[in-house]
Write a protein that binds this ligand. Structure first.
Ligand code: HEC
Ligand code: HEC
Ligand code: HEC
Length: 432
């Protein structure tokens, strides 16, 4: 365009008819070039919006920033933690109640440094401790997408955080200790797919927000993804490093992809918060990104020497056998119709319990919760009307739940610790 402006500025169209013509032709070209440039920048912006929408899915921004039945991204969702209740803010482009006055730089500062537009330090209930790994270009695309949404005027209540966690100086200390700012750095020795998978898992996917042990201050420990109880939720997010938990080293890549994008495979099913992650976020992974994430997850168990457990102990004592026999009766009455006498279930419909790593995992928390709450595998494009499991909370007493869970942990090829009524009682309550 500059070229045409230059041409126009040197022509004196009053001089002759010819120069007038040249002037008119140049003007036409100038206008055409301007139009083309505007169209190109609009196309670029619409590409960014499109890609930003995809990235926002992978980051599951909507999952936290939307209440049940509420306006998407308008916030207001309550997140209970041991430090109090956080209420998610409105991130639609409304100028008064949302982020309508924000620019790209403000948004980058929030996602990358955990600082609001006015400089306030943000609480890590917003997983910026992971999002800090997101590249600038991707952050800009997410911002372009959020700004393209219809603004929603909605003021949300403020957080209700317990003393002393409500102090900004304590938060500053916390950040100094536990928050490391920085975009993901690719590992040169690894493939492009592995690096893409690591980028997604460690950054936008924020897997470690759940799959990590936390200390008393809610900070993740040095080793991430090694499993832990989720903050404020009565669920255990298993280790992605261990074959005994959710490690997938001995799975085929295709099966890992299927688990991530459909939530159910012949040997596993995602439940509770993980089913939500698949439903709201991972099912939308592109084929390429799903492969990349699976490649990364598969590599995590490389150094794991634990193998699928053999028989830990011989079932000899009478009381032990009695316990399991009682559990088996309950199983036959309430569970067998779906999960089968052989515990093999029906592939793609009712998960197998035999050989299911989730069932024999050290922590019995999730198995107990599955029995108490029932549930559905996530509804996904590949599994649009999933078969569900009824909740048994009102049907079985704590002792009975303990018996049947002990049974499925020790029936067929399964071997794991027994469960007590007390464990069942402790597993009740908490958010899903
Ligand atoms: C696990 C829940 C959770 C997820 C997932 C999440 N957020 Fe948030 N977000 C929060 C909470 C809680 C806050 C409030 C933090 C505070 O006030 O200190 C917040 C704050 C923010 C803020 C700052 C708003 C302000 O007014 O200062 C922005 C911007 C934001 N989130 C954008 C996003 C984007 C973009 C994504 C997806 C990539 C996302 N969030 C995903 C929970 C979440
Ligand atoms: C909101 C918390 C949360 C987030 C975020 C989360 N997970 Fe999970 N995940 C869980 C819980 C709880 C379980 C155990 C229940 C289950 O097995 O489905 C689980 C289980 C799993 C399993 C084993 C599933 C099975 O049944 O064998 C895999 C694999 C997994 N997660 C991978 C991931 C990856 C990869 C990410 C990041 C892209 C991620 N998770 C993010 C909570 C979470
Ligand atoms: C009507 C069929 C049905 C009945 C009856 C049933 N289940 Fe289920 N079960 C399912 C389905 C479907 C799922 C997957 C649910 C999900 O993804 O949340 C499931 C999931 C489970 C899981 C979680 C497995 C995993 O990998 O996370 C356990 C454990 C379980 N059932 C045990 C039982 C026990 C014990 C009983 C009897 C007390 C029982 N089920 C009765 C259909 C059933």
């Amino acid at each position: 365009m500059r070229y045409w402006i230059m041409v126009l500025s040197v022509i004196d169209y009053r001089k002759s008819i010819a120069s007038l013509w040249i002037y008119i032709i140049s003007l036409t070209f100038a206008l055409l070039t301007i139009t083309a440039e505007i169209m190109a920048s609009e196309a670029e912006n619409s590409n960014a919006v499109h890609y930003g929408a995809y990235l926002a899915r992978i980051g599951n921004c909507m999952g936290c920033h939307t209440t049940k039945g509420g306006q998407p991204f308008a916030g207001g969702r309550r997140l209970s933690t041991s430090f109090g209740v956080f209420i998610t803010p409105n991130i639609t482009p409304d100028k008064e109640t949302g982020i309508g006055l924000w620019n790209q730089q403000d948004f980058w500062q929030a996602l990358h440094q955990g600082r609001s537009r006015d400089g306030r330090l943000l609480y890590p209930a917003f997983p910026y401790t992971e999002y800090t790994k997101v590249a600038r270009q991707d952050a800009d695309a997410i911002f372009a997408y959020l700004q393209s949404l219809p603004p929603v005027s909605q003021t949300n209540p403020s957080h209700d955080i317990f003393f002393p966690y409500n102090s900004e100086s304590l938060l500053a200390v916390w950040r100094a200790l536990y928050f490391k700012e920085g975009v993901y750095e690719p590992e040169r020795s690894k493939s492009a797919a592995w690096n893409r998978g690591a980028y997604l898992a460690q950054g936008l996917g924020h897997c470690s927000a759940c799959h990590t042990t936390r200390n008393a201050l809610g900070a993740s420990q040095n080793e991430t993804l090694t499993g832990g109880q989720i903050m404020g939720m009565n669920w255990y997010a298993p280790s992605l490093f261990s074959h005994l938990e959710a490690g997938s080293g001995n799975w085929e890549i295709d099966e890992i992809v299927a688990l991530l994008t459909t939530g159910i495979t012949k040997r596993a099913v995602t439940s509770g918060p993980m089913a939500t992650v698949v439903r709201q976020s991972l099912q939308y992974l592109s084929q390429e990104d799903a492969l990349a994430l699976a490649t990364y997850l598969k590599s995590l168990t490389e150094n794991d020497t634990s193998s699928v457990p053999g028989v830990h102990f011989l079932v000899t004592t009478g009381s032990f056998r009695k316990h399991l026999e009682l559990g088996e009766k309950i199983y036959q009455e309430y569970c067998q119709a779906c999960h089968g006498a052989d515990g093999k279930g029906t592939p793609g419909t009712y998960p197998a319990l035999d050989g299911n790593r989730g069932v024999v995992m050290d922590s019995p928390l999730n198995v107990i919760r599955s029995v108490l709450n029932g549930g559905y595998p996530p509804t996904t494009a590949g599994n649009s009307r999933p078969y569900g499991m009824p909740p048994f909370q009102q049907i079985l007493r704590n002792e009975e739940v303990a018996l049947v869970v002990s049974y499925i942990r020790n029936a067929w090829g399964n071997r794991a610790s027994l469960v007590r009524a007390l464990d069942v009682d402790r597993s009740k309550g908490g958010d899903d």
